[in-house]
Design a binder for this molecule. Sequence first.
Ligand SMILES: *Cc1c(COP(=O)(O)O)cnc(C)c1O
Length: 401
Amino acid sequence: MKNFKPANNIQDLQFFGEFGGVNPSISDSSTYTFMAAKTMFDTFEGNTDGCYLYSRHSSPSNLYLSEALAQMEGTESANTTASGMGAITSTLLQICNAGDHIISSRTIYGGTYAFLKNFTPKFNVSTTFVDITDLNSIEKSIQPNTKIIYCETVSNPLLEVANIREISKIAKKHGLKLVVDNTFSPLSVSPAQLGADIVIHSLTKYINGSSDTIGGVICAENSFIESLKSVNDGATMLLGPTMDSIRAAGILKNLRTLPIRIQQHSKNALYLAEKLEESGIKTVYPGLSSHPSHELYKSMINTEFGFGGMLTIDAGNLEKANALMELMQEKNIGYLAVSLGFYKTLFSAPGTSTSSEIPIEEQKSMGLTDGLVRISIGLDHDIERTYQKMMECIKELNILK
Ligand SMILES: *Cc1c(COP(=O)(O)O)cnc(C)c1O
């Protein structure tokens, strides 16, 4: 783990194009010819070595991107999907049968929460939501039919940190799969190196980084990735959340600059978090020593990539949060938009947006206050200027009482 170098792993890949191009050729085909009918039969039987079947199963462009992401996470294999939700839902449905049980962090992406709370019960798959920072409550929630422990490395939107090393020990002891959504912390954290079985990303966020497409990936051992693609019972093959080749090629190109982008996001976020906290604003950022999991997170990160680009501040109440976001947009500090990982700063009030699937009562019990503003810090060159502009907004609205 200490010597795991995800950025080197990405840089060292060599994918040449058909005519010696420095970028791999984009596979612009949904179907593929076979020289012999027997080969087609064998391919459908699962002996796909070197042969492509149909692009819902896999395509050269998707395999390039998948390989690069597997290298980044240090897993045997990976499979890209058309969205982060496509990756999450396929993974959970692949592992669980009717009657199975999942233990999930209660602070997770709103869509994942809605899927576990409202959708999987249709298949008699139930979920216990736990405080993921409470290892005892995780272990106590295990039932004979539990199959999965699910969490986000850094949770959305509260920025709670999952102790992946310790949770993976619990998972191994009880024969469960630990599935980790690492969307908030690519490169900073390598969950598979800490013991996670399956690592998922929404590529829509940092990894693609240009807010122009939706995408996802599942990184895991080869046997699991192959099971997802099985023509007989594979979730990605049969549910069909397939990424388009042109998008896969685009995301691969953006992935190459991820290391420098993450460093800049982290540098800017740490600077702002420290300054905002100093100025008396309630700020949550895992890089602050005031964060309850600061030391734990420090022990989990690949140091050179820092604590990531996400922070939250509390404006006091929803009216103030809304006014602050509108004013920050007016002053061109960033955009009032959901999502994250863009070059421009993005902010939203989670209670009324990405976490609105979570009932108000439950939002309260997990500490999701309605004045919370989630901020994805951009690649700003002059972050001191950004801080000054933010303070102007905060003062104008009397947020500092
Ligand atoms: C955005 C997001 C997702 C969902 O990804 P999509 O690409 O929008 O489907 C899942 N998990 C986290 C943490 C996210 O931020």
